[in-house]
Design a protein around this ligand. Sequence first.
Ligand code: NOJ
Length: 491
Amino acid sequence: MVHFWTRKGSFRFLKSLYKENGNMALNDHFLWGSATASYQCEGAWDLDEKAESNWDRYLHVNGLENGDVASDFYHHYEEDIRMLAEGGQNAFRFSLSWPRIISDINGTVNRKGLDFYHRVIDTCLRYNVEPFVTLYHWDLPQYLEDEGGWLNRKTCDAYLHFAEVCFKEFSGKVKYWTTFNEPRWTIFNGYLIGNYCPGHHNAQETTVGAYHIMLAHAMAVNLFREKQIEGKIGIVHSYTPVDGVDDRPETLKAMRYADNYCNNWVLDVAAKGEIPEDLLDALSEKGIDLSFMKEEDLQQIRKARVDFLGLNYYSRALIKPYTEGETTLIINNKGKAAKGTSKTILKGWFEQIKDPNSEYTEWDTEIYPKGLYDGLLRAQERYGLPMYITENGVGMYEDVSGYVEDDYRISFMNDHINAIMNAVDDGADVRGYFAWSTFDLYSWKNGCEKRYGLVAIDFNDPKLERRPKKSYQWYKKVADSNGACIVRKSY
Ligand code: NOJ
């Protein structure tokens, strides 16, 4: 079949043949892209009047590996977007750094910050690449963190101002907006697990932070509608489809707790304007005080509906009923050195277990493409909205001194894109796929040695030269053929 890859005409022939039998390829409007986030790639942490972010402060104060330079996208964006386009991709997901755009607590706009993103967006458009913009990918201005961050209701108002500035400034150029990247990951890691900034362990704070982030989301969606901003708006969720070890009633109950914990408080709110009632009951039973939920804010939440769901998929959760022990939430941010140490127990609710038949990465992430298929069909049935896979990829240790032959990444991506295509065959409305990540970048507490990129960057090289990995070339064939070259498997 190799000769098919070299000629676009042959693809068309192959596609037309397949159409008679089923979905061999995805449609011509499908977005094939890759994704990044401001703090993880831009560097230039204090350049051009950018304000300090919560991550700048937290990592500097604790003397941890940071994103001061990262991939230096701030100076390499032109080359990076060109390479992305030359790699057959027609969409680029990136985030806007709030502290780069809004300088202080009074909401002063930093023209230099806006100009940088104009340059990025204009470069995308010049290469016929669709900019797919995230407003918030975890870098909060430190001046807001100083006032309590997401625990303070005023952060929602500040976010609304930031969103309004961005909507106005980039409207007409950007058609795809998302309000937040992974509310669960940033709030749970920051306020419950404590491995991300601000590093707290407090269930009451976690609930308040989660509520405020979803309120801010709703306020931005409502503003988007009121101002009749051109384009579509969604949210990006760290989607963790929930499976059970069996179908006993106690397992189904544990699965519901897990689904509420992992998914529903984000997706139900974004898609239906509803906070799951049984989640609120379960929180009250745990002694959480919910009196901070005010009627006028709940009205905002009820009114806001997204146009689409952005789903980041890395793995599912396999659940059994809670047996014993305190709530334990351990995330492996150390890779090899801590392999097998991850643990999730929510006292009285559920326990997450490992599947002995599955393969796990050095960071304890299960490789389970079927979870994506199952999850897409479940989300389709529950919400009936268009979906984009806004992140999917595998983090590995890699020697980037020569050409990176990342066959494991190719196989991972093949199997996940196959899962999407199977789900589309079975009725899921999936409209795009973004590989995480466009190039190697800084992976938060996992540092730079956990690599996800389609393009290699040696962080010890002062020039930070970009070199395509084998997966970059392979992904070009996938995008050029709209998925026709994916090795298909059914479950
Ligand atoms: C999801 C997050 O959005 C991103 O910031 C992170 O680096 C990747 N997952 C990989 O863990």
